[in-house]
Design a protein around this ligand. Structure first.
Ligand SMILES: [Zn+2]
Length: 115
């Protein structure tokens, strides 16, 4: 996709990041540096953003793996500054499958929170 950088594949699913995500890191870095003037705090806040994005990837993988269970392929997981999107090949035919795929993402977040 245009404007996206491929980070690699997890379980055969392409992980892509939009270039505007770099702006988010720069912006957070500048704001933190202006507030604290401390480079260490800048690195910590940017690290937190990356950890947050890793959680978003896991959340989207939750959707993707549940979809895979119903034989629905996920083309890619894309990361935007506002969050992530798992692009499924098709919409599940059964409402119950759609519900389970929708619930799989937040379930991952609950598990991460418990850990
Ligand atoms: Zn979700």
């Amino acid at each position: 996709m245009k404007g996206f950088l491929e980070l690699g594949k997890i379980l055969g699913i392409k992980i892509e990041i939009h270039w505007t995500f770099a702006l988010l890191l720069i912006w957070i870095g500048l704001v933190e540096f202006e507030n604290s003037g401390n480079l260490e705090k800048v690195i910590i806040s940017q690290g937190l953003i990356l950890v947050l994005m890793a959680c978003v990837v896991l959340h989207e993988l939750g959707h993707a793996l549940m979809a895979r269970k119903f034989n629905i392929k996920t083309n890619s997981i894309i990361l935007l500054p506002i969050g992530g999107v798992a692009t499924l090949d098709e919409i599940p035919k059964k409402p119950k499958q759609e519900l389970l795929i929708a619930l799989a993402g937040p379930t991952v977040n609950i598990i991460i929170t418990l850990i």
